[in-house]
Design a binder for this molecule. Structure first.
Ligand SMILES: [Cu+2]
Length: 358
């Protein structure tokens, strides 16, 4: 008996502790740091969607309580008792007032949900203004390409954006269905081959030097490595953005003899699939199948956001990318072609020479 009491007491203790921790997390905004949270949007588009979501949730909770509380009261109050005489309660059929109420109340609630939903849908579907920064988003198995047609910039896996600027996204796919989503910016948008879907939002002000990072992810099952198709949205302060755009167009800076050797290997082995601006790889008049690596040295993550951009990880990737990312990775395992020292050289070139000092 004492054992039962003890376990009930400990369960109670853990429940109270858990609820306190949960309340503390809510009060201190701990959930805000969750990278894929939708309840702490940073754009007006995200806040609009969150408003509809919160309104619908509040109405659903109201309906739940309006049904559950009377059911519980009825279950307790009218339960069978030992002194019941066995007779059944008075049977009623048809009550105009009640039927009117439970018809009209759901209709009103649906209208209350529908009006702001339509308003947000039409607001989000309206074309972006002329002054918006145009970015083309292209989904690939399994990485992201970002093109800035007005700036002549092509990058991959990290979409760089200026703060407090309207962004006009044109979203498509190079192969199968993908879906583009930065949860703290706006809703999911499908990437459909041969078709362009639009999205728009205004970026928030950047707080950190070097950019504020927001997590993005493909949210349409697109093959074996679908879960490994991530990206970062980086919001830069206005002056950093200007410097980034300028620096992006400059050629890589080769300093050491290792990087020099790596540059030659890159031009020989990598240039038919990858581009680095300001090198012969950019002059080839062919469609490249691999991500543009012009600012690879600036990127925090690599291999479509699945791992840190580190020397060890880049070596691992070049040696055998198929081991890192399951499925059809189009890049061949270079450990079969290059010596370990050559892999070290090309990795040094790709990481060190492409740091855009913006
Ligand atoms: Cu996917």
């Amino acid at each position: 008996m004492s054992q039962t009491n003890l376990s009930i007491a400990s369960i109670y203790k853990y429940v109270v502790r858990g609820l306190s921790a949960l309340s503390f997390a809510f009060l201190t905004g701990c959930f805000e740091v969750a990278p894929m949270t939708t309840i702490h949007p940073v754009t007006e588009a995200g806040r609009d969607i969150n408003y509809v979501y919160a309104l619908t949730t509040a109405i659903a909770v109201f309906i739940f309580l309006a049904v559950a509380i009377p059911v519980v009261i009825a279950l307790v109050r009218f339960r069978e008792r030992p002194d019941d005489d066995g007779s059944i309660p008075e049977q009623v059929h048809g009550n105009v007032v009640l039927e009117f109420i439970w018809t009209i109340v759901p209709v009103i609630l649906l209208i209350v949900i529908a009006l702001p939903t339509w308003q947000v849908i039409f607001k989000q579907a309206a074309p972006a203004s002329e002054k918006a920064l145009k970015v083309e988003v292209i989904g690939h198995q399994w990485w992201w390409e970002f093109r800035y047609p007005d700036l002549g910039i092509v990058t991959a896996n990290e979409i760089y954006l200026p703060e407090n600027t309207e962004i006009d996204l044109s979203i498509t796919s190079n192969d199968v269905l993908h879906s583009y989503w930065v949860p703290r910016f706006s809703g999911k948008v499908d990437c459909v081959p041969g078709h362009v879907n639009k999205d728009k939002f205004t970026t928030p002000l950047a707080k950190l030097a070097g950019g504020d990072y927001y997590q993005g992810q493909c949210v349409e099952l697109c093959g074996l490595s679908h879960a490994l198709m991530r990206f970062q949205a980086v919001v830069l302060k206005a002056e950093e953005w200007q410097r980034w755009v300028r620096a992006y167009k400059e050629p890589p800076v080769v300093v050491t003899s290792l990087e020099e050797q790596g540059s030659k290997i890159f031009n020989m082995h990598c240039a038919s699939c990858h581009t680095i601006n300001g090198t012969p790889s950019a002059d080839l008049d062919i469609v490249k199948v691999g991500p543009n690596l012009t600012n690879f040295g600036d990127r925090k993550k690599m291999a479509a956001g699945i791992m840190e951009n580190s020397v060890e990880n880049l070596h691992r990737w070049i040696r055998n990318p198929g081991k890192v990312k399951q499925g059809v990775v189009k890049m061949i395992p270079y450990e079969e072609i290059l010596a370990p020292q050559e892999i070290e050289a090309v990795a040094a070139y790709i990481r060190n020479s492409t740091v855009r000092k913006f």
